[in-house]
Design a protein around this ligand. Structure first.
Ligand SMILES: Cc1cc2nc3c(=O)[nH]c(=O)nc-3n(C[C@H](O)[C@H](O)[C@H](O)COP(=O)(O)OP(=O)(O)OC[C@H]3O[C@@H](n4cnc5c(N)ncnc54)[C@H](O)[C@@H]3O)c2cc1C
Length: 444
């Protein structure tokens, strides 16, 4: 059967459910002429060949986590990889794992847990490998080994706009492999399978802190950055969130009722024993006075499972009840002082406009090598705000708030992680101006 007969068109009972399969319910009014859920690379090839013959534009969706829903193209084609090449395989000879672009972090965690291996997938349980790795991927324990696309991904299979199926790696189609790791939603082919290296799984040990930083956000954040400087890079992950105390009060409306600003900090170690983890996180044993003064709760180092860590992520950005989201973010400018940085980002972190909005700082401590992959901006601190609400009437207000606070945050920014890029919101660099790669020269 030709692929066109398999696609779902407007009017079909399944169409709207498939069209709106995104993390955020703030889905734009864009209506693809057909939505396909191919099962094999050959079917993807057929769809691309047909789109080529009709001149239709193609969008690709894996996990649907990109907030602007860039894969939805009005009157175009949407390829949803949800059913594509749906197996996760491990090769004990090469110790590599291969998986489909639709594999979610929780699928990879569960498959690898069974065989005692580890690959740095995304933090959120439902982020899919496709969009995550095309953006570079801020995966677990990035402080030690950089973005996941950097050293972990070895090969990708993809269907090119010409309809050809190719494999790309550092030695085959190297230019395309370069572009696939960091061009995010700008990538020009359909990724159909991915191969990556694994290492033996160790245990996960976490200590967490909660602070009331309503009156001393600057001092607390400065102290956290200083502790980060003294924490080993390999095997330790440091992330913090800012939030309103009433974010879990389900019976309240969207307004902020309690204007205090709380901060949660997670310090997570990848280690064989709790003693080893204790050494890795030892700089956090004696908090400076300013942190002690604001401390609300401290959870000592204890072992955690993937399930527990994923549940914490689920709670951070709630879903499934009509939540609408917007995200903006910056990567900090390396030549700016910490004081200037903290001043610039304070509204984005502290003036959260709804009860369930969160600020987030993920410490990447990473400078990519731009000759090696498209991702090229330094990712020292990834600083983001995710606003959350349910009533569509709040959309404009939320957009205006984000525009205002990120105009200020942008003063301390060298650009943005490509996964958050939304040209309808803010135009900002996603790669280094020094990029001189021939693929980019050919494209632009
Ligand atoms: C709750 C949440 C948590 C997140 N956590 C992290 C995190 O820990 N680390 C991190 O780095 N990022 C994180 N992100 C950002 C996320 O990685 C990006 O939004 C990423 O693009 C999502 O990938 P996806 O496949 O789920 O989304 P999609 O919306 O399906 O894909 C995003 C874009 O990638 C392209 N694309 C997807 N699949 C393919 C494919 N098979 N072939 C070609 N192009 C494709 C399309 O252009 C698409 O618009 C998070 C986002 C959310 C909402």
């Amino acid at each position: 059967m030709p692929s066109s007969e398999k696609g779902v068109a407007p009017g079909n009972a399944q169409y709207e459910e498939l069209r709106t399969r995104f993390f955020s319910t703030r889905v734009p009014n864009a209506y693809p002429a057909k939505i396909f859920t191919p099962k094999t690379t050959f079917e993807v090839q057929q769809i691309i060949n047909e789109a080529k013959s009709t001149g239709q534009k193609v969008g690709v969706r894996s996990g649907g986590h990109l907030f602007p829903c860039a894969s939805l193209i009005d009157k175009g084609i949407l390829i949803d990889t949800i059913d594509l090449n749906n197996t996760i395989d491990y090769d004990p000879q090469t110790r590599q794992v291969s998986f489909p672009p639709g594999a979610r972090s929780k699928d990879l965690a569960s498959a690898l847990q069974k065989i005692g291996r580890f690959f740095p997938f995304g933090h959120d349980p439902t982020v899919a490998a496709g969009g995550f790795l095309l953006a570079g991927g801020q995966g677990w324990f990035m402080r030690g080994w950089g973005c996941t696309s950097d050293t972990w991904v070895t090969e990708m299979e993809m269907v090119m706009p010409s309809g050809d199926v190719i494999r790309a790696s550092k030695s085959k189609n190297a230019d395309i492999f370069w572009a696939a790791r960091g061009s995010g939603q700008g990538f020009f082919a359909v990724v159909t399978r991915i191969w990556g290296m694994t290492i033996p799984m160790r245990h996960l040990f976490e200590t967490t802190f909660a602070f009331d930083c309503t009156s001393n956000f600057e001092e607390v954040l400065e102290a956290i950055f200083a502790l980060n400087d003294f924490t080993p890079k390999y095997g330790v992950e440091i992330a913090l969130t800012t939030f309103r105390p009433d974010r879990f009060e389900a019976e309240l409306d969207e307004q902020v009722h309690d204007r205090r600003v709380f901060m949660g900090v997670s310090v997570l170690a990848f280690a064989s024993t709790i003693d080893e983890a204790g050494v890795l996180v030892s700089p956090w044993k004696n908090l400076p006075e300013v942190m002690k003064k604001s401390l609300l709760a401290l959870q000592p180092l204890s072992e955690k499972s993937w399930e527990e860590l994923f549940t914490a992520q689920d709670n951070l950005l709630q879903r499934g009840n009509g939540e609408r989201y917007q995200c903006d973010s910056i990567l900090d400018r390396p030549d700016i002082s910490r004081n200037e940085l903290i001043k610039a980002i304070k509204p984005a972190m502290c003036d959260l406009p709804t009860r369930r909005s969160v600020g987030c700082i993920y410490i990447g401590d990473y400078t990519p090598k731009q000759f090696d992959q498209a991702i090229s901006l330094p990712q020292h601190y990834y600083i983001a705000t995710m606003t959350c609400w349910t009533d569509p009437l709040w959309d404009d207000r939320m957009r205006e708030w984000m525009k205002r606070v990120y105009a200020q945050a942008a003063q301390a920014s060298c650009g943005q992680y490509v996964a958050d890029y939304d040209a309808t919101q803010r135009v900002t660099p996603v790669s280094s101006k020094f990029t001189r790669h021939k693929t980019l020269r050919a494209l632009y």
